[in-house]
Design a protein. Sequence first.
Length: 577
Amino acid sequence: MISVEDFDFNTSTVVCKTMEHYGSDKGSARVGAAWHNYTIVYNKLFEARFQAPLRIFELGLGTTNPAIPCGMGAYGKPGASLYGWRDLFPNSSIFGADIDRDILFKTDRISTFYCDQTSPAIIQELWKNPELQEPFDIIIDDGLHTFDANKTFFEHSIQHLRKGGYYIIEDINNGYRESFKNAIKIWKQNLSHLSFSLLHVPLECNSCDNRLLVIHYPDVISPTKAAYLEMEKKAPKDNRNLVYFSVFFNRDYFKLADLLLKSIRFYSETDTIDFLILTTEDFQENVYELCAAAGVYVKIQLLPFKTIFQAACARLYIFDYKNINQYKTILYLDTDILIKGNLKTILGFPLEERVYGLECGTIHSPSFGVQFFGPSANPSIKGFNSGTLLFPNCLPVRDVFSRIRGHCDAYSDSKAAIPYCMDQPFINYHCIKGGVYNNVLLNPYVSLFEGYDEVKNEATSIVCHFSFPIGNSGHKLNRMKKYFAEMLEAKKEAVGGTVNPVGRRYSWGAGYIKFLEKGIETPWGNGEYASLGSNWFRVNWNGCFHVIRMNDAFTGYSGLRIWPNDFGVCQGGLQPF
């Protein structure tokens, strides 16, 4: 349930300013300057989803025809709210309807239709339009402000609301308050999956109809989403370093992302780094599962991409992230990467205002931009691989990303064949042409595993990129699993002193693991253990092998199962016995 106490009505918001700009009567950035102040409510309800690809419908465009009841009068601006929604939700589709056919229009991302909301038959015809077949995330009734009209439209339209969405009736007059209260009692019985909140919004200049009925279709929270929300509460705040990656179209890439995150968890510091995934709304549950499995909290940015090329260009949209100004240093990683060192090392480099990547190829290759540089391009100029990109949050990098995006969009619109390396040649062309790049700094720290996976800088690398073959997630996954297991089982360099675990017992799921002079004891059978150096151990029993890492005090551990090689996370603490 929602109450007016949930909102601060003394503040101006981006919704206030946008609606005022277009002449909507929903609210103003100037306190007391509008007949309504619903924009405060809308900002709080919708702010987290401004970048999401939603479907928004509003009944009532704001007719200026004096013969039509509840019009806007001579100074009204038909479609004002729809233009406002379009600006506020740049990745969404906006729809509207009105009884005045003369003000219907169609423009970029906005479509409008005829509707008489007092007629059930006409309302049913409205929803038969091909563009209105998919459910809606937001439906707003700002049409004829009478109880009967609102009730008729609601009862013949609520089935078009998507789970997680809001249906809102505006401008409820004091005289209809009791009618709505009685109707809500019946609706609650028949539509028990919905919540109803009748809000009298405080506004000094309007005490007669500044009231909203907010109807919410709660999205049932899955156990993995509930766990994700708990992780969100505990996540560090105010980090200045951001590491991001993306998954679109192919869910199998979450298997690669799972290994990426688990390698980060076991080899890198994480408390000083925020992690972000760019993905689609359809993959949100996969992200929750990913975070639960890896034990690493990852923020989510939803993007409405419809083609594989757009998805490949997702890394270029990082500056659209709503909290991007929080970060000083940004690292992009492809999902086909394993981390075997502390990312803090890379994120701590002093950076110039340019994009840093691993030296690779030359600009005489189509993979590195020859089609844009031209055949006369100097073949001695080295390019860089775009699977690992390090850059400061600065205007020159923002500008070059914007130019690359524009070029990619124009290229896609031209229907030309998409390059084998997707956006990599575009990135190389604009960064190298503009002198906004460095392909030297990262060379010791990034290994590129191609062909027979033989690399020369493995001893110093922190990032292991399994880039070949492009698009073959299964091939990459098998190689990554093999390499990850070898990483975990490799002997570790001793760091300081260690504590002998012999005689100690630790929790392990519903059971325990006890270290003996020779071997280990568990409720499921005895087994063996071997030191891997420092505080790392390999333990096994009943054909299952794990690599665990004790904390410095040997009071707890976390580990991964390496056989069967699902890399399941295990963790526990010291038990008294």
